[in-house]
Design a protein around this ligand. Structure first.
Ligand SMILES: Cc1ncc(COP(=O)(O)O)c(C=O)c1O
Length: 393
C-alpha cells in the first residue's frame, strides 16, 4: 500500500480557479451570500462591548464553556450525547480529524473509508502511515455489507471514517439502516467510528438522520460549522467518548494550545440567539436548493453527463458518458476555457475515477451558471471534437 500523501491536484486547480475571469465549479466553498452578516455585526458589537477582555484573552484548551455547551446542545439535537465535558473545541473539523488520527492511529493501522473519499481525510490518514481499506458505496452511502464481508474475512481496522450526509464528493446519504449496521459492526469488531458531518445542515428538505452515536458509544463526531455559518472563524468541535477526551485534549494543546477565543465568543453567542439558527437554516436550504436545481437543469441539457440530483450538500458527482473523454483531460481543457472543475481521480483510492467530475453548485450565482456550462461544453468539444456542441447550445 502506498503510504505517501497524494499530490495535491485539487490545490493546483483551486489556485487556477482564483485567476481573474475564471468561473469555478471546483471548490467546496459555501456561498458568500449564505453568511449571516446582519446577525454577525450585532454579535460582534455585543462581544466587543460586553466581553472584550475575555474574548481577546487566552482561553481553556478544551474550549470556552459557552462554546462547548453550544456544540453539545447541537450534537444533542441529533445524537446520543449532550454532555459538554465530551466536547473539545477545534480549529475546524479538519483539525478534529488530524487530532483524532494523531492520537489514535499508529503507522500500519488500518483505516476504512468510502471510495471515493474526502481528500482531506485521505491525506491525513496517509500522513499518519495508515493503510487504507477502501469500501465501496452507492447512493445510500458506505456499503456496510461490503465492510462486514471484509471484516468477516479477517480484515481489522482501527477507525472507520464516514461522511454520512451529502458525502464529499458523491453527495450520498448514509441510510439509518446502514448507520445502525455500522454501529453494530463497531461493537462486534472493536473499531471506532469517525463521523465527519459538515453537510448535515444543508438538506434541501431540512431532514436530518440521527447521528451514529445515537446507536453506539464508539463514535467520535466531528462538528463543523463551516457550511452552517461560515468557515472563516475556524471554530468547530468534536464529541468523543469520555476516555478519549483526555488524549485528544493533550493533542490539541500540543498542536495550538486552543482554538481562537474571539471566534468562540462570537460563534457561541450567535448560536444561542433565540430563533436565529432555524431561520438561518431555512434560508440556507432554500439558497442551495435553488442553485442545485438550476445547475442540474443546465448540466442535464448537455447530454453527456449523468448524475443523481443531490438532495443537499454542495456537490454533484457526475459521470462522463461520451466515449474518449477522460476527466483529467477535460479539466485541463476547461481551465483553458476559463472554467475550474475537479476530476474524479484524486478522490479515488482503489476505484477508477477517470470518468467522473465533482462539480459544486454553491459558489456561482444562478446568473453565472449558463456561462460556466457553456465553457464546460466548449472544453468537451476541444477534447472530443465539435460533434454534439451544437446540441448543447
Ligand atoms: C468531508 C469534509 N470534512 C471536513 C471538511 C473541513 O471542514 P472544516 O472547515 O470544519 O475544517 C470538509 C471541507 O470541505 C469536508 O468536505
Amino acid at each position: 500500500m502506498d503510504r505517501a500523501a497524494p499530490p495535491d491536484a485539487i490545490r493546483d486547480i483551486l489556485a487556477a480557479a482564483a485567476a481573474p475571469g475564471v468561473l469555478s465549479l471546483a471548490g467546496g466553498l459555501p456561498a458568500p451570500d449564505s453568511f449571516p452578516l446582519t446577525e454577525l455585526v450585532t454579535v460582534l458589537d455585543e462581544v466587543m462591548s460586553s466581553a472584550a477582555a475575555a474574548a481577546l484573552q487566552y482561553g481553556p484548551v478544551e474550549g470556552v464553556p459557552a462554546m462547548r455547551a453550544g456544540l453539545a446542545a447541537r450534537a444533542g439535537e441529533t445524537g446520543g450525547h449532550t454532555d459538554p465535558d465530551r466536547v473539545l473545541v477545534t480549529s475546524g473539523s479538519q483539525q478534529g480529524l488530524a487530532l483524532t488520527t494523531n492520537a489514535l492511529v499508529a503507522p500500519g493501522d488500518t483505516v476504512a473509508l468510502e471510495d471515493p473519499g474526502y481528500l482531506g481525510a485521505v491525506r491525513v490518514f496517509r500522513q499518519a502511515g495508515a493503510d487504507l481499506l477502501a469500501v465501496p458505496g452507492d447512493e445510500d452511502g458506505m456499503d456496510t455489507e461490503a465492510l462486514a464481508g471484509r471484516l468477516r474475512r479477517g480484515a481489522r481496522c482501527r477507525l472507520v471514517y464516514v461522511v454520512p450526509h451529502f458525502h464529499n464528493p458523491t453527495a450520498a446519504v448514509l441510510t439509518e439502516e446502514r448507520r445502525r449496521h455500522l454501529a453494530e459492526l463497531a461493537g462486534h469488531y472493536g473499531f471506532l467510528i469517525v463521523e465527519d458531518d459538515p453537510y448535515a445542515d444543508l438538506a434541501f428538505d431540512g431532514v436530518r438522520l440521527p447521528s451514529i452515536d445515537a446507536f453506539s458509544d464508539r463514535v467520535i463526531r466531528l462538528l463543523s460549522l463551516s457550511k452552517t455559518l461560515c468557515p472563516g472563524f475556524r471554530v468547530a468541535g468534536l464529541v468523543a467518548p469520555p476516555a478519549l477526551i483526555g488524549p485528544l485534549t493533550t493533542a490539541k494543546q500540543d498542536a495550538d494550545l486552543q482554538t481562537n477565543t474571539f471566534g468562540q465568543h462570537v460563534v457561541s453567542r450567535l448560536l444561542s440567539r433565540p430563533g436565529f439558527l432555524p431561520r438561518h437554516l431555512l434560508r440556507l436550504q432554500s439558497l442551495y436548493r435553488t442553485r442545485a436545481g438550476h445547475l442540474a437543469g443546465l448540466l442535464g441539457g448537455l447530454g453527456w453527463l449523468t448524475f443523481r440530483a443531490p438532495r443537499g450538500g454542495l456537490f454533484f458527482w457526475a459521470a462522463i458518458t461520451t466515449a474518449g473523454v477522460d476527466a483529467a483531460t477535460l479539466t485541463a481543457a476547461a481551465i483553458e476555457e476559463g472554467l475550474a472543475i475537479v476530476p474524479g481521480p484524486p478522490f479515488c483510492i482503489d476505484r477508477d475515477g477517470s470518468r467522473h467530475l465533482r462539480l459544486s453548485f454553491a459558489t456561482l450565482s444562478p446568473s453565472e451558471m449558463p456561462e460556466a456550462v457553456r465553457r464546460l461544453e466548449l472544453a468537451r468539444a476541444r477534447v472530443s471534437g465539435p460533434r454534439g456542441a451544437a446540441a448543447a447550445g
